[in-house]
Write a new protein. Structure first.
Lengths: 434, 434
């Protein structure tokens, strides 16, 4: 008999069906026993009144996988309005050992380290699984939005020969006897690929050997990257990024509704048009509002990001605000300066609920500008950049792009303090398993 | 003025438009000059008859990026049936340096190493770009097919603490002073995640430190992985894999039509139902056909794969054939044996045009079976598998899955001899850049 899922039961009242899943919970009352079965779609209540079946159930601890054949019976008080009666239970594995957590409780009562140590089991809790369903829906929405704008998916190398972006925080490996490094981002490759497809995106792991033991640092995370050519300036990047974030929120709403409900997620407000404010104006507004002159600051401090986030919500009803024009000196070498405002650039950040979510902007596209920028930053040996510089040497369009970490987005969306709470199997300074 | 793409021109005959792209080719005739512009969508012919514009064009070498404002004029002999007349040309970069290849020729005349050395430029050739458009469409189809079957996308760690799958061919790295390894596959993680979502998939890089310098070895490739729970046996895996391959071919047809045409690709024949043959029957058929007894062989040699590939095409009109029942001893420790045929397993391979494309099958799901299998293979310290074994300890359903390399699929689909020809920036024994 073909197995059906818990959510399909209500269409089969009166029929004999086969369901399968995990024993989520047993309630062994005096006169009757209940088996709550958990499958990918949800929970099913199974009423066990027959003696032999009850004896069998008593020997099958929570988390054991079973298949159940029984009759679908209407029962308004049961999940989905139906339950299974007259069940025949078949264990699909040996009885499960006692799990380290009670997965049937509404919330998983365990410390974060304990959850991470036992991630393969902890993630089965419906609320933890829901986090990663939302995450998958967000990535799906990211792709759908970009594909609709003719971006082409690429897969770029994760092992690179030179640590080009920032020498300090790279993982070094032995590459057939030579030193090599794990890529910190697909930045240089996605720019090169603008020369091929104009618009490209990548979803993939990036690696940061940051020896920081904080709630927001991971040694590896999933980077969502996009890059586009033939732009006028960074405002085109903002428009594409805004549409992409909109696509992600739409993807989540469309594919992860039950998970949003389970976690009681307040979806963020995204205005139809992006809210954009210049870096200098942010500092000026803060100075005016607080009476403390911060206009000479070279970057936005976390408190500034919070302030502008609150401002955007208050003034524009938006949980997102783009800040444009960060000082060139504080951004990466490939940042395009603002030709009309010396010292300022066409770099952007997207602040989501007071926290930097996306970095991006327009990049340099002239070979000579790259040579100048790299030399000015003290790079003496440009051969490390040869493939990248070649792309610029042989004709590149004005281009720009953006990148953000999936885990950071998810943590902010779900309002959880630690990125490890939204990562399947996090890697950090101390953690290398499971 | 909003830029439009080459493929949109025919809807704007008589209008003044703005297009942009790369100077693909200049033809400077005596009375008139032609500028062939290449953008993401294709080629546009621009007629330059005015003197100043011609002088400008003469100073702009091929590959320089330009924007052109001009009149769309019907011209049956031009690409798309239209050309641009009375153009005003604006260079978007400095004039390009002479490229290492003539990108305007119908085929890129260069050795493979030269192409790979200059990948950022070589990939701009329409035929090379087409390869990667097809590749992106294949991955899109892979996801669409699996999402339709309720598979959930996951992102698993690429840095692992122990080299669990095969000790020899792993890349070792320095992980904050500790040894760590690059993941050879998401196998163990996708199995653990079956315990959470029942059905999962991942598209991501895998790493193999194989010191083999052949046309089919890469040090890193894009692995397409899927795993599913609550199966009856490996036949459910075959059905899902067959549907997935069908989805990939459909994705390619739907999204990469022009690229298929440009490369003159013969799309493979996939029968409605999968063609499945048992390992022992393959060897028996070959023995009968060739008069040479190969029935005692422990695995299929490349010649056997070619033979059964030809057989499937001849007998079933299929470019794909599933082989089931490989001897257990020659497959990974997690392989589920065939309970009815001692020595044989529920492992499968999918042979595509005579070459192994996919490996998969049903996996063990009982904790005790894992302990037995690992111990039998000489694993003395099972703590390296603790997260994985925990998943099995606390109740796993019968499950199985499949995996294949994107580059291998593409090489076979396009009938090219070297996987490097279908990889953007390949990594191998010798190559670490660009």
């Amino acid at each position: 008999m073909q197995r059906i899922l818990s959510t399909q039961l209500s269409a089969h009242v009166g029929e004999t069906v086969r369901i399968a899943g995990w024993i989520h919970r047993r309630r062994l009352l005096k006169s009757v026993a209940f088996l709550i079965l958990r499958d990918a779609a949800g929970l099913t209540q199974i009423v066990v009144s027959e003696k032999a079946a009850r004896a069998q159930l008593e020997a099958l601890p929570e988390e054991t996988t079973v298949a159940v054949v029984g009759t679908v019976t209407a029962e308004p008080s049961a999940p989905g309005g139906v339950e299974i009666t007259s069940p025949v239970i078949e264990a699909l594995t040996d009885p499960a050992e006692p799990a380290p957590f009670d997965l049937y409780r509404p919330d998983l009562r365990a410390s974060l380290p304990a959850m991470l140590d036992h991630a393969p089991v902890a993630l089965r809790h419906p609320k933890l699984a829901a986090v990663h369903r939302i995450s998958a829906a967000a990535v799906g929405g990211f792709r759908t939005a970009l594909e609709a704008m003719s971006f082409v998916e690429i897969h770029t190398p994760k092992i690179v020969g030179t640590a080009t972006e920032s020498g300090a925080n790279v993982f070094k490996l032995d590459y057939f006897g030579r030193p090599a490094y794990l890529a910190q981002s697909p930045q240089l490759y996605k720019q090169m690929m603008v020369g091929v497809f104009e618009r490209v995106y990548e979803v993939g792991p990036v690696f940061r050997a940051e020896p920081s033991d904080t709630a927001r640092h991971l040694a590896s995370y999933t980077s969502l990257d996009a890059e586009m050519g033939f732009i006028e300036d960074h405002r085109d990047v903002i428009a594409a990024c805004h549409a992409t974030v909109g696509g992600m929120l739409a993807g989540i709403r469309a594919s992860a509704g039950p998970s949003l409900e389970l976690l009681d997620v307040t979806m963020p407000a995204l205005t139809e048009k992006p809210v954009v404010v210049h870096f200098a104006d942010v500092l000026e507004m803060i100075s005016r509002a607080t009476g403390q002159d911060v206009t000479a600051e070279p970057d936005l401090a976390p408190a500034h990001e919070r302030w502008i986030g609150e401002w955007a919500l208050r003034e524009h009803g938006s949980d997102f605000v783009f800040v444009e024009g960060y000082p060139t000196a504080h951004r990466a070498f490939y940042t395009h300066p603002d030709p009309e405002r010396p010292g300022y650039s066409r770099a952007i950040d997207l602040i989501f609920r007071g926290l930097e979510l996306v970095s991006g902007g327009q990049r340099l596209h002239r070979h000579a500008d790259y040579v100048r920028a790299l030399t000015a930053r003290g790079e003496s040996d440009l051969s490390a950049y040869s493939g990248y510089l070649d792309a610029m040497r042989y004709g590149m369009p004005p281009h720009g792009g953006f990148a953000f970490g999936l885990e950071r987005f998810m943590a902010r969306l779900l309002d959880v303090p630690n990125v490890r709470q939204v990562t399947l199997f996090p890697r950090d300074l101390h953690r290398l398993s499971p």
